[in-house]
Design a binder for this molecule. Structure first.
Ligand code: AKG
Ligand code: FE2
Length: 357
């Protein structure tokens, strides 16, 4: 069972840490112009920020309980719901199913991912089926968490939509609730590393940019790191009680012609005395509808048109739908699909094109 924050050792104060801007969701919801300016700064400079006053507290705790119940199932039962190697991310992912880098080193994290489409349509399975522990909490826990997360992410997307000078609800239309998408909740379990003398701890989740639009993340222990532009080494993002962490993904970097940033991040074992504990985290990923083509919205916004015109060396025409982009990225991380370093390279998103990030 995930520990409550108070039962865990504090985040050490002697590790390199990057302070994110703290954005007040209540002010954003009220369309406070000063707070929107601060959100814009966070979204354009790093693409990561803390979010306070979001009010999603009980739903987060219940999701962690669902995650713990699911991870405690016999491996055989979990493997019946494994996501497979074809590029689908819904379902269970065992530790070691993904590479964390081009050398093919294995990841150490287990996931249980639930499609937004399944949570909203339950009890009708529309995308796939899930372990008993997920079904038991689909209506009481997962659906409420997804609805609250959707509400918050949609508000943030809508505010960014207006700052980008896009016609009203352009971004919301790309995330139409009626269309299937890769949107999903994810609970991650990463056990403490079992190290032999002289061994270095493994990366839990390899360096990546998020594949979709906006991620709403909750964690208790350190371990998340960001590679800040202009800084050569990884820096921790310190978990702050009651604060979520939000970050933009590739779709938003592409839609905005590079104005918004999808930044590289990874997860390593928690720092200092926190390393002795199992790390749990929870994310809601908002991703565009499957058929949405990922490209700069130059026809819809002079600001985006200007950004693209000023950077002719950059290519924002991916020619890829959201579904194809997402499947390619997932498929290339699966260790079963690995033929060599090229498989990892083929899984890269906007981070592979320094022109875009
Ligand atoms: O566990 C975390 O803190 C981050 C997880 C993450 O980056 C992801 O699942 O994409
Ligand atoms: Fe991520």
């Amino acid at each position: 069972m995930p520990h409550s924050a108070s039962a865990l050792p504090p985040f050490p104060d002697d590790v390199p840490t990057h302070p994110l801007l703290i954005i007040d969701y209540k002010l954003i919801k009220a369309r406070d112009s000063h707070e929107i300016d601060r959100l814009w700064e966070a979204a354009t400079k790093l693409g990561f920020w803390y979010l306070k006053n979001h009010g999603v507290i009980d739903e987060v705790d219940a999701m962690f309980e669902m995650g713990a119940e699911t991870m405690a199932l016999p491996m055989e039962e979990k493997m019946e719901f494994e996501q497979g190697d074809e590029g689908m991310s819904f379902g269970y992912k065992a530790a070691g199913a993904n590479a964390v880098d081009a050398t093919g080193q294995l990841d150490t994290a287990e996931f249980i991912n639930v499609a937004k489409d399944d949570a909203l349509a339950y009890p009708t399975p529309v995308r796939r089926t899930y372990p008993s522990t997920v079904n038991a909490r689909m209506e009481s826990t997962i659906r409420p968490f997804i609805r609250r997360s959707l509400d918050i992410n949609n508000t943030l997307l809508d505010v960014l939509n207006d700052r980008l000078g896009l016609p009203e609800r352009t971004l919301l239309a790309k995330h139409d609730m009626e269309e299937w998408s890769g949107s999903e909740s994810r609970v991650i379990k990463n056990p403490p590393p079992k190290l032999r003398e002289g061994e270095h701890p493994c990366v839990a989740l390899g360096a990546h940019t998020d594949f979709g639009s906006l991620s709403f993340l909750h964690n208790r222990l350190g371990g998340l790191q960001v590679l800040v532009p202009g800084v050569e080494s990884w820096q921790y993002v310190k978990p702050l009680p009651g604060h979520a962490i939000c970050n933009l993904g590739d779709a938003m970097a592409l839609f905005s012609g590079g104005i918004l940033r999808s930044n590289l991040h990874r997860v390593v074992p928690p720092p200092g005395p926190q390393a002795a504990f199992t790390r749990w985290s929870l994310v809601y990923f908002t991703r565009p509808g499957n058929s949405v083509v990922l490209r700069a919205l130059i026809e819809d916004s002079p600001l985006i048109r200007g950004a693209v015109a000023r950077t002719p060396e950059k290519n924002f025409e991916t020619g890829s739908t959201s579904l194809a982009w997402f499947q390619r990225r997932i498929r290339g991380q699966r260790i079963k699909n690995r033929t060599g370093p090229e498989t990892w390279m083929a899984s890269r998103g906007t981070e592979a094109d320094p022109a875009v990030t």
